[in-house]
Design a protein around this ligand. Structure first.
Ligand code: ARG
Length: 585
């Protein structure tokens, strides 16, 4: 039983004596964590009861407290303070329980017993062929992977899905530009060349009606597979684009179970549009086929253009159908750029009207902005993944080298040995891992619906709120453990009268919060809760590290267990964020 459940049990009994019958789940919903430690570890506010029974909240609080005749051993004290009943957890009890649980359950610490067992599909990343894989895609990819891991941890069976636009107007524009201006050049397996043609197409087409008509014709021919030569160019350039993602996903530590393409949806999408017309869910307007969602304040959703070509919207209907029929999922989660928020509202409403039996949820994430200068792209607004990574790893290498030269001074007995030298391939490898951790963490720590102004310096600041800082704390803790192993074990007796330092109490308290943080981040599909938690955890560990020597201290055995617990929980958190740990920094 956790503390909240224990509190609910105590309160339920007391309330029953006052003839108030509430279920334990209802009670625990009101239990909160007070802002400061002298108000106890948990508080139960009496406002809602006061309203219900027309009494002053502080009077109700006193009445309830009087009915709690015995304080169970999990608690040191239970006091009222105005309208609140404050609970003070028994620290000794908490300490042994938390540490015991972490070290016994290891990577399963925090996994709920009653798991959901849903079949969920998480669709994320979704780059399009013939276009750049840019920083925004990294944000979506990091988010989707982390959400998948969190849901898996909470007991769901997760299928990771990718969905790419490999057809439609943006491809037509690319083909238009290539055939008109570059047809003498051989098609190239080169991310930057492919993306460059697209940017050029956009520039040339802007405001030019005649050119746009030419691109429209190509779009129409492409969709009907009417032009053999065009199809060949399409096939080859599409393949080159797809191949260029393999390296990216490997670096980002992501593997998809299924890859959907828009081109596979076209036929069925058209058929669905016609079916919806028959069912009177869709109608014809100005020659186009639309779903009128004005009643729901969602405007008009266009499925087919006047010329009969099929739009992004209709393809999403076909995709939803496929996800359900082929993969038998009960939860459909889509991670996407927030500029498509309305599109997904329209999609989910239309699926409702079609009586689709599926729970859909979407996570819209805001833009990632880059500072001007090197980080912005030479090809347009979007910097390419490969250029971005080069910039990051070069900077990371400099930081790593800088740190090899400086020696830390605090607690020399427990400080890890710094290597003086590092091989070239080791450096490359470490710089890449640290960069990925830095990028992922800075993308995940922010709420999805907030924009990010990405700074390479901040994200790679080993002392700041950053991925490297988390990795560094982890490596530091590991080196303490290594030292203690190297030393002969002296087997201290457990000292039951041992006084805990404040830093120790704080660290244990934060460790104990992990299960609840994971649960909340899963409920809200929001990895930022875990990311921010990890930072708090690392900070607390570093405070402990600076004020409590471990090796050769009086409480060495206990502190080693505490460090082990930290290592475990930090590893679990990073794992849920999709960040790989490093044993050495
Ligand atoms: N590839 C699309 C784009 O770049 C995003 C796909 C989002 N998912 C979906 N089911 N529509 O705009």
């Amino acid at each position: 039983m956790n503390e909240k459940e224990a509190i609910a049990e105590i309160l339920k009994k007391a309330l029953e004596e006052l003839k108030i019958n509430l279920k334990e789940e209802e009670i625990s919903k009101f239990v909160e964590v007070p802002p400061s430690i002298d108000m106890g570890d948990y508080a139960f506010p009496c406002f809602f009861l006061a309203q219900k029974f027309q009494e002053e909240p502080h009077e109700i609080a006193i009445e309830i407290r009087e009915k709690i005749r015995e304080i169970p051993e999990e608690f040191e004290d239970i006091e009222t303070s105005g309208p609140y009943i404050n609970f003070f957890v028994n620290k000794k009890n908490l300490v042994s329980q938390v540490i015991y649980e972490i070290l016994a359950k290891k990577e399963r610490f925090g996994k709920p017993k009653l798991t959901e067992k849903n079949r969920a599909m998480v669709e994320f990343s979704q780059p399009n062929t013939h276009k750049a894989f840019h920083v925004g895609h990294i944000r979506g990819t990091s988010l989707g992977e982390s959400i998948s891991r969190i849901l898996e941890f909470l007991g769901n069976k997760v299928t990771r899905a990718n969905y790419s636009g490999d057809t439609g107007m943006h491809v037509a524009k690319w083909l238009w530009c290539y055939t008109k201006y570059h047809s003498k050049e051989k098609l190239r397996n080169d991310e930057s060349w492919i993306a460059g043609i697209y940017v050029e197409a956009m520039k040339k087409l802007e405001g030019n009606k005649k050119f746009q008509e030419e691109a429209d014709t190509i779009n129409w021919a492409l969709e009907g597979k009417k032009n053999n030569k065009l199809n060949q160019i399409w096939k080859k350039s599409r393949r080159f684009s797809i191949d260029s993602w393999k390296k990216i996903y490997k670096e980002l530590n992501v593997e998809f179970d299924v890859q959907f393409f828009e081109s596979e949806m076209e036929k069925r999408a058209k058929a669905i549009a016609y079916e919806l017309r028959e069912k009177k869910i869709a109608s014809k307007s100005d020659g186009a086929v639309i779903v009128n969602l004005k009643k729901y304040n969602l405007g008009v959703w266009v499925l087919l253009r006047k010329d009969g070509t099929v739009l992004y919207s209709a393809k999403d209907l076909a995709l939803a159908e496929k996800k359900i029929s082929k993969y038998k999922i009960s939860k459909n989660i889509i991670v996407h750029g927030s500029e498509q928020n309305l599109h997904f509202k329209q999609l989910f409403k239309t699926l409702d009207l079609m009586k689709f039996q599926i729970k859909s949820e979407d996570v819209g994430f805001d833009l990632v902005r880059l500072p001007r200068g090197k980080m912005s792209s030479r090809t347009g607004e979007n910097i390419l993944y490969s250029d971005f990574m080069k910039e990051m790893t070069n900077y990371a290498k400099k930081e790593i080298k800088k740190r090899l030269k400086t020696k830390p001074s605090a607690f020399p007995s427990q400080v890890q040995e710094r290597e003086e030298k590092i091989s070239k391939s080791d450096l490359e490898n470490r710089a890449l891992k640290i960069s990925i951790a830095a990028i992922k963490y800075s993308m995940l720590k922010q709420n999805p619906n907030k924009n990010i102004i990405f700074s390479k310096e901040e994200s790679l600041n080993f002392e700041g709120d950053s991925g490297p800082y988390l990795l560094y704390s982890y490596a530091r803790a590991k080196s303490i453990l290594k030292k203690s192993k190297d030393k002969k074990q002296q087997n201290q007796k457990e000292d039951s009268s041992m006084e805990l330092e404040n830093e120790e109490t704080k660290l244990i308290k934060i460790l104990s919060q992990f299960p609840e943080v994971v649960l909340n981040s899963g409920k809200n599909l929001n990895p930022s809760l875990i990311a921010n938690y990890s930072y708090k955890l690392a900070q607390s560990f570093n405070e402990f590290y600076h004020s409590c020597p471990v090796i050769n201290s009086k409480n060495e055995d206990f502190r080693i267990k505490l460090v082990k617990s930290f290592v475990q929980v930090m590893k679990n958190s990073l794992d849920l964020l999709g960040i790989k740990i490093l044993e050495k920094m």
